[in-house]
Design a protein around this ligand. Structure first.
Ligand code: GDP
Length: 386
């Protein structure tokens, strides 16, 4: 039984600044403390791995690791490439409660550093801790300058750069077991523990989990995986599968390969669902407390149109635009109406009405991504549901 509060965090930053190395260093340091590093996600025995993403030719390049500090349990995601980062942040695949911004002490702020900070702000990541990485190579004066530069960048995006913890680390040296740099990783984790607050979890709300993947276990049934968005679910609970339009019972519950009796908002879990045919449920469906949500197709939203620099469009959008909407884990086409606004240019924030091609569970405040041709072009928030 898990006793520590659970948070989702992740690394961000320019390619080659050391995100993956730092992730490895953190799990190594914590596993030496005896509290870290399972990368196992689902372990119900005899899984026939048939992830929906693979079937549809979409890879979501996202590595989950979990670890515990003295006070908390973390699920940590590393999004290695820039395209993965943008996609995972904007589609909400990585629902980060806080982020570690990795900046090379040698190179300082690079384009993706700034873009990731901007995107983090757009998708509502409220707390950032900075790892000034490769500090084994940088000289102190240069590193001081980089630190000032990073604090300015964070302030410019409303992160209160003066109060953000900035810790000098060397992921590589810590991974090699160097004691000085091992302590630096511990200092970074302390900063995350103390600076990133426990997010509000909607534990009293009715249970809801967007389906990320569907797996089949020979002889036992269908398993769905995903992060619990709100509420709690217990073994034996009746649930509704929206999209499959059926009700079933949760007969198995796991997190990171460990069985559990109850899962709560924020937990990454696998649910074994009784009698549910494999083909009935897909990524994009929602598992929820019966009767707690009504799918809809029309809504109003505020959308930030990504600039070309952020990988977005180079040309404006107008009424009649028909992109894909990524809402939770669902991917639905929709018609855009900008009302009185003639066009929205890359870099603009605009109000729009959207008519989706099918009903999905929607509510005010829900974030979503706008995509076209496999590329993310906007980040939005639902402002009203009709
Ligand atoms: P990512 O693209 O941000 O995930 O960066 P990687 O973790 O793949 O690291 C990029 C390169 O920088 C690799 O060659 C690493 O060995 C190297 N590197 C990462 N962290 C450090 C560090 O703290 N010190 C030094 N000297 N090299 C590092």
């Amino acid at each position: 039984v898990r006793t520590k509060p659970h948070l989702n965090i992740g690394t961000m930053g320019h390619v080659d600044h050391g995100k993956t190395t730092l992730t490895a260093a953190i799990t190594k340091v914590l596993s030496e403390r005896g509290t870290g590093g399972s990368t196992q996600y689902v372990s119900f025995d005899r899984i026939d791995r048939a992830p929906e993403e693979a079937q549809r030719g979409i890879t979501i390049n996202i590595a989950h690791v979990e670890y515990e500090t003295d006070t908390r349990h973390y699920a940590h995601v590393d999004m290695p490439g820039h395209a993965d980062y943008v996609k995972n942040m904007v589609t909400g695949a990585a629902q980060l409660d806080g982020a570690i911004l990795v900046v090379s002490a040698l190179d300082g702020i690079m384009p993706q550093t700034a873009e990731h900070v901007l995107l983090a702000r757009q998708v509502g990541v409220d707390h950032i801790v900075v790892a000034l990485n490769k500090a084994d190579l940088g000289d102190e004066e240069l590193t001081d300058l980089v630190e000032l530069e990073v604090r300015d960048l964070l302030s410019a995006h409303g992160y209160g750069g003066d109060s953000v913890p900035v810790v000098r680390v060397s992921g590589l040296k810590a991974l090699e077991g160097d004691p000085r740099w091992t302590s630096a990783i511990e200092a970074l984790l302390d900063a995350v523990d103390t600076y990133v607050p426990m997010p509000e979890r909607y534990l009293d709300a009715p249970f809801l989990l967007p389906v990320e993947n569907v797996l089949t276990i020979t002889g036992r049934g269908t398993v769905v995986t995903g992060a619990v968005e709100r509420g709690t679910v217990r073994l034996g609970d009746r649930v509704e599968v929206l999209g499959a339009d059926t009700e079933t019972v949760v007969t198995g519950l796991e997190t990171f390969g460990k069985p559990m009796e109850e899962a709560q908002a924020g937990d990454n879990v696998a649910l074994l669902l009784r009698g549910l045919p494999r083909d009935a449920v897909r990524r994009g469906h929602v598992v929820a407390a019966p009767g707690s949500v009504t799918p809809r197709r029309r809504f109003t939203a505020q959308v930030y149109v990504l600039s070309a620099r952020e990988g977005g469009r180079t040309t404006p959008i107008a009424t009649g635009y028909r992109p894909q909407f990524y809402i939770r884990t669902a991917d639905v086409v929709g018609d855009v109406d900008l009302g009185g606004t003639a066009v929205a240019r890359p870099g603009d924030t605009v109000t729009m009405t959207v008519e989706l091609g099918r009903d999905v569970p929607l509510e005010t405040g829900l974030g979503f991504a706008v995509r076209e041709g496999g590329r993310t072009v906007g980040a939005g928030t639902v402002t009203g549901v009709a």
